[in-house]
Design a protein around this ligand. Sequence first.
Ligand code: KG4
Ligand code: ZN
Length: 356
Amino acid sequence: MKTFVGSVQKKILCLGIESSCDETGVAIVDSERNILSNIIYSQIPEHQKYGGVVPELAARAHILAIEDVVRRALSVAGRTIDDIDVIAATAGPGLIGGVLVGWLGAVGIAQATGKPLVAVNHLEGHALVPRLTNDTKFPFLLLLASGGHSQILLVNGVGNYELIGQTLDDSAGEAYDKVAKMLGLGYPGGPIVDSRAGLGDSVAFKFPRPLCDKPGCDFSFSGLKTAARTFVEKQKAIDDTQIKNDEFINNICASFQSAVVDCMENRMRNAMKDGRVLAASPNALVVAGGVAKNSAIRAMLSVLASESGMQYAAPPLNLCTDNGAMIAWAGIENYLVGKIVKEPVAPRPRWPLTEL
Ligand code: KG4
Ligand code: ZN
């Protein structure tokens, strides 16, 4: 039998809206951990020719898509708006034009129907997915890696996050996307570099492992990205046909990915020895965010968890990248601890998890 979250006995149905980047996502999720629908309109084709997300275009695309995505989410779930108990939407962090579209849509629905509204932090949406899919218990140690963030967090409860480490410059996803761009592989780069890495030799080229010789849990992916760029430029100057050679590209991807995985492993090992983490004695090691789709990162963390006798939780691949289900679930978790909107909320382009 599925367990209810918290002590509430009535099943709660939440409609969640995500619009902080290039996906318009709307889902209907219940408090028994069922995803009744999870509709994602991806704008990737619209941004592909620019090699990255263009914020203005993203905001316009959200406006054009959102109404239809909400209707489809309700219809696939076989529900009407009257059946919904709670409305939730991303209120930041993210590209503010897109966030405003989803947030104001949610405000409109909540006002028209009189239903409670939850302002979800997008990062908390990612962070709580393992509780939706794996019933992971608090506290847990989280590697949160997305296109905008790379952080290690101790998750003590809903709205209760301790920052253990974070990137000092680029996020992991950004580094993946930029390496893909410099190799002419397309956007988004993470999945392409990941699959090309599987075909290459990870020791073909030696890329740096920034900060790995230092104590602490912070990352630096900008130096690694620059090292890859310098290497590619140098090789092009020697022989510019190399950049069209599949084996060469695959080897760069594999060598780059191996450096990213080594950095993450080094920092996570340090995090597991951090005094705050030892004191909390987390139940599980968790990875979330778009980069959590990465095969090598998932494999490394699963070994790390089993070595240290911790449970390991990684969301299914379709719930790693941005989606409405993670926002609906975070909406339910926040609603159940009484965190609903009581006065107007201004969406925030920056909204650290430590400020919830
Ligand atoms: O969480 P997300 O959907 O959006 C943000 O909140 O930023 O993450 C998107 C990021 C992109 O940078 C994308 O390249 C990366 O996740 N990504 C991956 C993989 N799949 C997606 N990075 C590495 N390996 C992957 N397989
Ligand atoms: Zn995200």
